[in-house]
Each structure stands twice: as structure tokens, then as C-alpha cells.
Design a protein around this ligand. Sequence first.
Ligand SMILES: Cc1ncc(COP(=O)(O)O)c(C=O)c1O
Length: 469
Amino acid sequence: MRLPAEPFRIKVVEPLRRVSRAERERLILEAGLNIFAVPADSIYVDLLTDSGTSAMSDRQWAGLMLGDESYAGSRNFFHFQDTIREIFGYRHVIPTHQGRMAENLLFSTVVKPGDVVPNNIHFDTTRANVEHQNAEAVDLVIDEGLDPATLHDFKGNLDPRKLGALLKERGRDKVPLVMITVTNNSGGGQPVSIANVRAVREVCDRHGVPLFFDACRFAENCWFIKQREPGWADRSIPEIARELFSYGDGCTMSAKKDGLVNIGGFLALNNQEWAERITNLLILVEGFSTYGGLAGRDLEAISIGLREVLDEDYLAFRTGQVQHLGELLEDAGVPIVKPVGGHAVYLDVRRFMPHMPQSQYPGQALVVALYRDYGIRAVEVGSLMFGHRDPESGEMVYPKLELVRLAVPRRVYTTEHMRYVAESVIELHRSPERIRGLRITHEAPTLRHYTARLEVLDAAGARTALQRA
Ligand SMILES: Cc1ncc(COP(=O)(O)O)c(C=O)c1O
């Protein structure tokens, strides 16, 4: 595939500071080998996340100046509401400061203790918000979606048979809603097809259960439908989006992804009674219903971003840039998860560094090496993030997949930056044995990857200074 050139030109630049290797080594040591604790201005290419890291367009920046900061009835809210109604087709539009608040409001309103919420794969905040209600979050992605090596056009699909079985077993009263995440972030940014959404809807209808979308990356999902699903090649992205969302009763969204903004989110739904209850809660915890924790100017930037993200030149470039990074790596024999998803390339660390056991945190060791040697920030999705002690045996349990995610921010980096990243990873891959394993010296009881401190092991597996690694 040839990568389409950037469909924008650059009007404002943010200088990147090149920090010496010696300084990076000092900084990562001070950070306890935890990339979250490294100052962002010492990073050359930051691929930590695609969330809230987009570059806004000139129109969005102009939109900020049109912010109407009235407490109630801001004109920006009406633009926001019109845009969301037009794209998603749901009647009630509730702004929130980001995606997890939309999830929290929805689940606090409709999920009871003991309930079950199925999803293709819950994103971690979605799962945590379901569990916060003492309910169970169940992942029902198709089997192919769990295998990093299987090629499938719609690896994010939710398995309708698994859903039917769950609904039959638990009963309609225990399942307040079904969710589908588009694209499926926790499964590698893989898309969901229209045919699959229809099939899921049929199962939901049979059992009388509402269907909601986690719509964070909806435009990227619609682009994959246009490219891959028979019958959709000649339809516009807004037409595909309308069709997709027509099978649902509502959605949650973090606008920090396909809203092309740095902060914001919303909840949109048709059920009037739920909308009223959610709005009452919104006023208690976020703000009045026409701003929901955001400034008027933020609402304007989101309205504009949601329209810009539907542009096909943008989407071809966006998904093409991520794909291009994946192809550069794959062509050089670097093991990655396939197919490449919409927003990130995942390195398959077990094949990248077969010499290192999971007990030595190989994914995190690779993240440290990428920063120290090249100034690139990636994130580990493996034994540091998910490893835990079995409460009964006390033994360490490691996740099946050991990955490093290179998430690409929207409209931020050029193709040359991607080439720099690819060349750096390829160079590391040529001599992975020079990367040393790690051990944890400090960890928090939950979500330890954010604050853990680590140190390097020497060749014999003992502690050593990073300088000798
Ligand atoms: C699929 C998905 N759902 C929900 C969220 C939560 O959004 P936020 O970070 O805005 O709270 C994210 C964020 O990364 C996500 O990827």
C-alpha cells in the first residue's frame, strides 16, 4: 500500500528538543525506569497514546474564539448537539469532560449490583466503571480477535453466538445493556463490521436488551468498513456512520480520539427516562446539561473536529500512516500484531526478545531501551501492566500477550517521524540480547504500571546499574 501524503500543511510548529543519550539515561533512571515519570519535553517522538494528543485544525482553533461561556444555553452546545444528532442519530446529547465520565454516568444509572455487561472487549476504564457498580464486565470478542497472528478483516467483531448463550444463561433482567467498542482498542484497534452489528442487534432484539456503542474511534471503524466490507465501498463515511449507529440505542464517546480534541466527551441516547436520570446526575457531578464539565469553546472545537474526522483524505492518511509504520517494521522482520489496527502498532515482545522471560518484564525493558537509545516513548501492555500474584498460591501470573504499543497521535507526526521510529525499532531488533531484564523495586496495589519503580538486572539476573545494561 502506498501511503497518501499528509492532507494538511503545517501552520504552527511545536519545536521538539533533542536530548542527549546521556541525559535520557539520567532521566529514565531518575524515573525508576518508568516511562510515565519521564518529563514529556525530553521525548522526541511520543507514542504513549493517541488520546487527547491530536493536533487541532485552524478551524478548531478559530472555533475556540467563538466560545460562548454562558452558564446555560451556550450557542456552542447547540452546535455540539446538532452535530452529534446528525452523525450519530441519537436524540439526547449529554456533554462530559471525557469518555470515562460518560461511562460512569451511564452505568451508575442503568447497571445494578450482580448485573452483567457484555462488550467485544471492555476498555480498562469501561471495565472499571462496570465493576464499580459491583457488576461483571464480560468480553465476547470472536476467537480470532484474541490471537495476535490470525488475519481477519473485522477482528473486533462481537461473537453473536457467545452473546446469545450469555443472555440465555443470565436472563434479560441481569443484562441492562450490551456494548460494542469501535474500534476495539483493547484488541489492537481492530474494526467491527456492519454485518456483525446487525447480527448483534438481532440477538439483543430477541432478548429485549438495548445496544450501546463505545464510539471513541468510530470514524476509523467506518473507514475500515468502507475499505473492507462488501457493499460499502461507494458509500460516504457519514452514511456508514449513520447506518452503524442506527442499530444502537446510544453511545458513549471520548472526543479525545475521533473528536480530534485534547479534552471532552459525551453520551448520546434515545431513551428519555434514562437521559433524564443521567442529566440529574450530570448536574450533580459535572455541571449543567449544556456544558457538562467543559467550556463552551471546548464544545465548539469538538463539533468542528467531529465533522473533520469524517473527511476521507484525512482517514486514508491517518490509517495509512499507522499501516505504513507497521509495514516498515514487518518488512524488516520485526514481529508485530496483525493486521495493524486503526491507531497503533503493537510489537509482539515474546518473539522480539525470546531470550527474556516474562518475570523480567521484557516489554518494559524494550520501552526503556526505546527511550534511552532513541528518545521514543511507547507503552508496555504486558507483564508489568497485567502481571499479578495469584491470591491463593501466591505465584506470579503473567498475561498471555506481552506487547509494546506504539500509538500514533492524530495529525501530529510526519511520515519522516514514523520512519525514524521504524529505523530505531529495527536497529534494536537486530541485537535484542543487549536489552537487559528488569525487576520491580516498588509497586502500588492497583494499576501498578503507572507508578512502579524498577531496576536493571545484570546478565546473571542480579541487580545492576542501567549504565552497564
Ligand atoms: C475504547 C475506549 N473507551 C473509553 C476510553 C476512555 O476515555 P477517556 O480517556 O476520555 O476517559 C478510552 C480511552 O483511551 C478508550 O480507548
